[in-house]
Design a protein around this ligand. Structure first.
Ligand code: SF4
Ligand code: SF4
Length: 262
């Protein structure tokens, strides 16, 4: 049965206990950072930081609103990283959690270049790619991920995906009934359903989330067309895939136009 995480951004207080819990459980070292003029720290995900709080200020009806969103791998059902990984290092477990087996990772960075959410992080020290594993070592033993276990206001919930979808829908209905018409359950349907869903209070793009995340065409061609034809096409398929990357047709979120995805 697929598991999922439900993050209710309206309950998050940005205490960052989840960031600390992730570091502790996964034994990830601290990073030296500098003040960026914001409480957001560190500024980006990295091989040593697999989850972090994103802070955003918006102006609404003449008032400043502070938005928080916990970022990490979205554990996509239709996971681009799994599609493009040539060695099988990026794979989906029986629980729907997407993990990268570092012993099999060759550091080609195809997953880094193609993830619709710009999540995987290349580690120059180990020549491997790193990202959130949704504490697979915990969840496969019946425990909740460290961040969900820690979150003081209960903004992070974890369980069977169906249950998380229904909790998310209920919360969105309650927010809408309260007058928040932009409330939305992000991840219920995107990319065939994400393993990390958000209860959002504003439109997805306000939280810097792509409104319609897509698997890049090069990944679809590779996984669904060229790979199955591999035994027939032999080296030609591999060459075509390599060429697609050389020609830079890998997905880049910032290349999308307005009205499409970010
Ligand atoms: S968010 Fe990116 S790294 Fe995570 S499962 Fe989806 S494609 Fe893979
Ligand atoms: S632990 Fe919970 S409340 Fe604290 S920052 Fe993380 S998601 Fe927000």
């Amino acid at each position: 049965m697929a598991k999922a995480m439900l993050i209710d951004v309206t309950k998050c207080t940005a205490c960052r206990a989840c960031q600390v819990a992730c570091k502790q459980w996964n034994q990830l070292p601290a990073e030296k950072t500098t003040c960026q003029g914001t409480y957001e720290n560190p500024p980006e995900l990295s091989p040593k930081t697999w989850t972090k709080l994103k802070f955003k200020e918006i102006s609404e009806n003449g008032e400043v609103k502070w938005l928080f969103r916990k970022m990490q791998c979205m554990h996509c059902t239709d996971a681009t990283c799994v599609k493009v990984c040539p060695t099988g290092a990026a794979h989906q477990t029986e629980l729907g959690v997407v993990v990268i087996d570092e012993d099999k990772c060759t550091g080609c960075k195809y997953c880094v270049q193609n993830c619709p959410f710009e999540i995987p992080q290349y580690d120059t020290d180990t020549n491997t790619v790193k990202k959130c594993r949704m504490c697979y070592d915990r969840v496969s033993n019946g425990l909740t991920p460290a961040c969900a276990k820690t979150c003081p206001p209960g903004a992070i919930q974890f369980g069977e995906r169906e249950e998380m979808v229904s909790l998310g829908r209920e919360r969105v209905s309650a927010l809408k009934a309260d007058g928040n018409l932009d409330a939305y359950l992000y991840g219920e349907t995107e990319l065939d359903g994400l393993g990390v869903m958000y209860v959002l209070a504003e439109k997805a793009k306000t939280y810097d989330l792509p409104e319609e995340p897509k698997v890049p065409l090069s990944a679809v061609l590779w996984q669904d067309i060229l790979k199955p034809l591999g035994p027939i096409l032999g080296g030609a398929a591999v060459a075509a895939f390599a060429l697609s990357f050389l020609l830079n047709i890998g997905y880049k979120p910032e290349q999308e136009t307005e009205g499409g995805e970010e």
